[in-house]
Design a protein around this ligand. Structure first.
Ligand SMILES: CC(C)[C@H](C(=O)O)[C@@H](O)C(=O)O
Ligand code: SF4
Length: 770
């Protein structure tokens, strides 16, 4: 067999079926679910009368909408969450997990947390597995050598119903970080540096394998921070080969295989690495010694600079799109060219998110904060642990006390100010030192200004009041070691989280819970997904002649297409008014009401546009929110043309009957833009794969690419789930092989036994009744 990459191996081990058009059906081992992207998926299942096919492969928690204030008096969601739409989203998930028998960590369970922190913490995420979630930062789990990627809500429904996903093979990219990182340089600096080098579209169409000595020397926490931000480099996924560090992290986790199953798993995992001579489509090498403390200045994660640099100067840039983008970012961020970054004062700091809210991150921030006070100009420093277990661990180590003494605010677990779907937001024009992963316009609140950096740098900025080079920071080393790391406390907590089922199993039956589960009969037939004939999901897309609105912008992220406040709906429709909300509306200073701007879709004749013609790369990058295509569709847009698209957005568009077309930038600019002025129409002929002048019928683009399977579904308006369920026979065959070959994956989230009745959760309140 030819040498294969890590990605090739994991991909191939999950193929359920490959069709003639080159489209694959992949089996999904682990599905994480949160409240934002699941309501419409569960509703779809209910409407079609379909069950969740593998509840053992599914694990749900709440993270985005929940307040981070103390839960000491928490009784229930209804009384605890003030914001109506947030409460509805959380309570909808609570109902759905009951209706579909999905394992769930709710707000009264110490195991609740950000979905990408909970999965690895519980050992639900395992090397060599396929992991999906309706969330772009699912790439985090690739740190274990899993193939992990974000999906849209339609795909969430598809996975819930079929335990599979339709995929095409991505390209292989390797980024090797050679040599050793310098003293004080963290994984966050490393990944920001990488994105600064390759750009936010650099990984488009690829799965990135991070390799090299600097990566191998990193802890699992640090590796997760890197893979987490692979999505910010435009990649489908990021992966790191599993090694001893991985095994040490996984072993003993509640859902990790035990006994003979562990040995079997380790034997398989040891085969998961790129073979000598494996071919990468792109092979990038970066010297670790080039990496210094790095922060972002603009509104894209690629706007990364060494902390020693100055705010960039657009007058030195010749490319007009780049120059305009830079000017816009400087204006939005309130920055003057050539100001040293260390001279920029901050208003708030945020230490948290799925990138940097793990115990190691909190320890790094506490080390900086210890013995100091936040600067007077800093109004708030939020420290938000990634999960209840991390919170408890940090408290055992006394980190909460260090933060509180420094004037920081110590919170409960959740996504918090990373995107502010809960009450944690910045006020307009506030500048924030943030350990999160996105600095898009409006990300942390309307007109907020975000700068991304490592936990140590964010804490240092909070203490000094301005951005600070951590290498020059004056640590307080007067006392005993700043953080006394008690690893056994963490281990104990994890064990506590499973003590119930372990006791039960060991007493009842020989062997582990997992081995026992292998003997239980398959799910009753009545619970199996029904093999329904494909139903018409979307309107058919054949030939469209429509007004085409030009949009002269690059890197339009899905936060810009539909901001966070519109994600709180539990429906797929009604999003028209939220489309490009920040660009389309401004607040009247007197009445406070929304007033339309001169944004292209507010101007006649483009109010009736059916095609969006984008001149810059990477349209729809960032978050996996399917609300972006839903909003476009609601507005009346049916087709988007751009030089390139964010991967998840591209996928989501097809699922909703929209056609995204990739056309080279020079053709867009020189051939299409001149034609579409003043409402002149374009004809998009999908069967012929051509773009013509909508009025003269002159051929403008003789051929555009679209994958055969996607075209077939669009032209016939087909529903993917119906089509996949016709492959039931193949899915069952795969499952039979899986039970044998990957027996250590059986049981999954069903190995978690709820903490019942007399047992108290770490918050002193009763855990969920099952
Ligand atoms: C809400 C969810 C769809 C989104 C994502 O996919 O990333 C969120 O987690 C984010 O970070 O913007
Ligand atoms: S990026 Fe932020 S909002 Fe998205 S999952 Fe991570 S913490 Fe939550």
């Amino acid at each position: 067999m030819a040498p294969r990459t890590l990605y090739d191996k994991v991909f191939e081990d999950h193929i359920v079926h490959k069709d003639d058009t080159g489209s694959y059906l992949l089996y999904i081992d682990r599905h994480l679910v949160h409240e934002v992207t699941s309501p419409q998926a569960f509703e779809g299942l209910k409407n079609a009368g379909r069950p969740v096919r593998r509840t053992d492969c599914t694990l749900a928690t709440v993270d985005h909408n929940i307040p981070t204030i103390s839960r000491a008096n928490f009784k229930d969601v209804e009384s605890f969450i003030d914001q109506d739409d947030s409460r509805l989203q959380v309570s909808t998930l609570e109902q759905n997990v009951k209706d579909f028998d999905v394992t769930y960590f709710g707000m009264d369970d110490a195991r609740q947390g950000i979905v990408h922190i909970v999965g690895p913490e519980q050992g639900f995420t395992l090397p060599g597995t396929t992991v999906v979630c309706g969330d772009s930062h699912t790439s985090t789990h690739g740190a274990f050598g899993a193939l992990a990627f974000g999906i849209g809500t339609s795909e969430v429904e598809h996975v819930l119903a079929t335990q599979t996903i339709i995929q095409t093979k991505s390209k292989n990219m390797r980024i090797s970080i050679e040599g050793d990182l310098s003293e004080g340089i963290t994984s966050k600096d490393l990944v920001l540096h990488v994105i600064g080098v390759i750009g936010t579209a650099g990984g488009t169409g690829c799965v990135i394998e991070f390799a090299g000595k600097a990566i191998e020397n990193l802890s699992m926490e640090a590796r997760m921070s890197i893979c987490n931000m692979a999505i910010e480099a435009g990649a489908r996924a990021g992966m790191i080969k599993p090694d001893q560090t991985t095994l040490d992290y996984v072993k003993g986790r509640p859902l990790a295989p035990k006994g003979a199953e562990w040995e079997k798993a380790v034997a398989y995992w040891s085969t998961l690495h790129s073979d000598e001579g494996a071919v990468f489509d792109y092979d990038i090498k970066i010297a670790a010694s080039d990496i210094v403390p790095t922060i972002t200045w603009g509104n894209s994660p690629q706007d990364a600079l060494p902390i020693t640099a100055k705010v960039p100067d657009p007058s030195t840039v010749s490319d007009p799109i780049k120059k305009a983008g830079m000017e816009r970012a400087l204006q939005y961020q309130g920055l003057t060219p050539n100001t040293p970054l260390v001279d920029l004062k901050i208003d708030k700091a945020f230490i948290g998110s799925c990138t940097n809210a793990r115990i190691e991150d909190l320890r790094a921030a506490a080390k900086v904060a210890k013995g100091h006070k936040k600067a007077d100009n800093v109004k708030l420093v939020l420290v938000v642990p990634g999960s209840g277990l991390i919170k408890a661990q940090a408290e055992k180590e006394g980190l909460d006390k260090i933060f509180e003494a420094a004037g920081f605010s110590w919170r409960e677990a959740g996504c918090s100010m990373c995107l502010g779907m809960n009450p944690d937001i910045l006020d307009p024009e506030e500048r924030c030192a943030s350990t999160s992963n996105r600095n898009f316009e409006g990300r942390q609140g309307a007109r907020s200004r975000t700068h991304l950096m490592s936990p140590a740098m964010a804490a240092a900025a909070a203490i000094k009041g301005h951005f600070t080079d951590i290498r020059e920071y004056d640590y307080d080393t007067s006392d005993e070691p700043v953080v006394h790391v008690e690893h056994d406390v963490e281990d104990k907590l994890l064990q506590d989280a499973v003590y119930e089922h372990e006791k039960e199993v060991i007493e009842d039956t020989p062997g582990t819970e997992q081995e026992r589960l292998l003997d239980i009969p398959k799910e009753p037939e009545s619970k199996k997904a029904k093999t329904a004939a494909p139903t018409g999901g979307n309107a058919k897309f054949t030939v469209l002649t429509g007004i085409t609105a030009p949009l002269y912008k690059a890197n339009v992220d899905t936060d810009a297409i539909i901001p966070k406040q519109f994600l709180k709906t539990i429906k797929r429709t009604g999003l028209k008014s939220g489309l490009f909300y920040e660009a389309r509306f401004t607040k009247d200073p007197v009445t406070g009401k929304d007033v339309e701007t001169d944004f292209v879709l507010n101007v006649e004749p483009y109010r009736k546009a059916e095609v969006l013609l984008v001149t810059g790369d990477n349209f729809g990058c960032g978050s996996s929110r399917e609300h972006a295509p839903w909003a476009l569709k609601d507005f009346g847009i049916k087709c988007m043309i751009a030089p390139s698209f964010g991967d998840i957005f591209y996928n989501n568009s097809f699922k909703n009957g929209l056609l995204p077309i990739r056309i080279p930038q020079d053709v867009i600019q020189n051939t299409l833009v001149p034609v579409v002025q003043n409402g002149h129409k374009l004809t998009i002929d999908l069967p012929a794969q051509q773009i013509r002048d909508g009025e003269t019928d002159e051929v403008l683009v003789g051929h555009f690419d679209v994958e055969e399977f996607r075209k077939h579904c669009l032209v016939n308006g087909l529903d993917d789930i119906g089509l996949t369920l016709q492959k039931e026979e193949f899915i069952q065959k795969y499952e039979a092989v899986r039970r044998e070959k990957f027996s250590f994956l059986e049981g999954g989230s069903k190995l978690i036994k709820p903490i019942k009745g007399t047992k108290k959760s770490l918050y002193g309140v009763k855990a969920q009744e099952w």
